[in-house]
Write a protein that binds this ligand. Structure first.
Ligand code: HEC
Length: 122
């Protein structure tokens, strides 16, 4: 049983540590606490991407490739793509799942076990 992810407490989970390292790249735009900056706050990421596969696809593609291959809006709430999120297609499938779970649990208040399953780390 993994420890719940309340606040900033890091669960005893090796994937969490890996994701924390990846998130350092994201924090420049999304804020250290996911509060937003150049990029949007990640507090409502579960509403944007109820489907974790789509969340991971977004991170992999970034704004430009997303608008080229998917469309001018993203997510379940049809947010406009502004074109400044870089592509992270060098991340492996596991890394994409790790960073998606991290954002969904730490910032979106999702349940760790449920999100691990939904994102393919279960
Ligand atoms: C250079 C700035 C920048 C960096 C670095 C960046 N993003 Fe973004 N991100 C954005 C912008 C801007 C948007 C909004 C969409 C747009 O403008 O195209 C966004 C949107 C998102 C969203 C959708 C959130 C929502 O609810 O609308 C997620 C999830 C996301 N980024 C994850 C990441 C992850 C994970 C990383 C690191 C691997 C990352 N971003 C790095 C700028 C950035």
């Amino acid at each position: 049983m993994l420890v719940g992810a309340c606040g900033n407490a890091a669960p005893a989970d090796p994937d969490w540590k890996a994701a924390q390292e990846i998130y350092a790249t994201c924090a420049a735009c999304h804020g250290k606490a996911g509060e937003g900056g150049v990029g949007p706050s990640l507090a409502t990421v579960l509403e944007t991407f109820p489907d974790c596969a789509e969340h991971q696809e977004w991170i992999s593609l970034g704004s430009v490739k997303w608008s080229e291959s998917v469309g001018d809006t993203y997510g379940a709430t049809d947010k406009p793509v502004a074109g400044v999120m870089p592509s992270f297609d060098k991340l492996t499938g596991t890394e994409l799942a790790q960073i998606a779970v991290y954002e969904r649990v730490r910032f979106g208040q999702g349940d760790l076990e449920a999100e691990r399953l939904a994102c393919g780390l279960g």
